[in-house]
Design a protein around this ligand. Structure first.
Ligand SMILES: [Fe+2]
Length: 311
């Protein structure tokens, strides 16, 4: 496996200042205006002010320079017109129109599993704000997920973990998923997911986020079925969601084949349990083309870029 993690997401957002405030309060560190770092993943989110929200670019890390040539050759065979420079490789996924940049970067250290015996009651009281450790996955709405998945699976070399809500969940290594495509009328950012260190940090972080902003609450606390991670989704001011998540399964994956689907494996439900129930969840709204931003905020236009192919 040569591509090993999502480095960074670059987004155009309509309500730039409110969205910056949201991600600062979410626990990311704003290193320069609009650029946000996680605790161990470095600068992983870049926001740019714009008239229309858009997924501008996803940066993906590979291990070595020759990997860029291998991926370029595969993307060329797929007709994706990759552009190779001295430092990186770029190609636009043709269905969504999203630009993907691949570059050589070090792997992050694997997250250490947390043992229950390490728990001390004093530690349950948070002494500092929750700080997401790293960007775990990016979920894109896309008009033709079956066509778009080839770019990531056959071009970049990701592996398919599961289908959930008819969307391919794809991974680089031992995380259950790192890039997800879900059916939507047009290209949009559905959510980014940020790993925290425990279920308690999900609860603490989510509670803090909604304490004075109840409209931010979207869905959670809950536990997904296929990937087994715990979650809490919050609505950001620019029409996407931000997920705090914690997994005690990804760390147990002994190798990159751990999450491979069996050929006749049935699709699992989105969540094993959650509050509120799935029927009440607003997460499906953007996938039907319905803006998700609450009434008290100025309603942004959802991105309407159909991709260069016109789909
Ligand atoms: Fe997620």
């Amino acid at each position: 496996m040569v591509a090993h993690r999502v480095i960074r997401l670059v987004r155009d957002v309509v309500d730039y200042d409110a969205t910056r405030t949201f991600y600062r309060e979410f626990g990311l560190t704003e290193t320069t205006p609009g650029t946000f770092a996680s605790a161990v993943g470095g600068e992983q989110l870049e926001l740019r002010p714009a008239e229309v929200p858009a997924v501008v670019r996803i940066d993906i890390a590979v291990e070595q320079d020759s990997d860029l040539d291998d991926i370029a050759a595969r993307l060329l065979r797929l007709g994706a017109a990759p552009v190779r420079t001295k430092t990186h490789l770029e190609a636009r996924e043709p269905v969504s129109g999203v630009l993907v940049r691949l570059l050589v970067e070090d792997r992050l250290a694997r997250d250490a599993p947390r043992r229950q015996t390490e728990l001390r009651r004093d530690d349950l009281v948070p002494h500092e704000p929750v700080r997401p450790q790293r960007l775990g996955h990016v979920v894109l709405g896309c008009a033709d997920v079956e066509e778009a998945k080839h770019f990531f699976l056959d071009g970049i070399g990701m592996r398919l973990s599961d289908y959930v809500t008819s969307g391919p969940f794809m991974r680089f290594d031992t995380d259950h998923h790192n890039i997800v495509l879900i059916p939507a009328p047009f290209t949009l950012l559905h959510h980014t997911a940020w790993k925290v260190r425990s279920v308690d940090e999900i609860g603490n972080g989510g509670s803090q986020m909604i304490a004075n902003h109840p409209h931010r609450h979207a869905w959670g606390l809950g536990r997904h079925a296929a990937s087994a991670n715990y979650f809490w989704y919050l609505r950001d001011p620019s029409g996407a969601f931000a997920e705090y998540y914690y997994s005690d399964m990804d760390e147990r994956a002994p190798d990159r084949f751990f999450w491979d689907r069996l050929p006749d494996q049935p699709e699992l439900p989105v969540a094993v349990w959650a509050s509120p129930s799935l029927e009440q969840a607003p997460l499906a709204a953007p996938l039907r083309g319905v803006p998700t931003v609450p009434e008290e905020m100025p309603a942004p236009l959802l991105e309407t870029h159909p991709g260069p192919s016109g789909r």
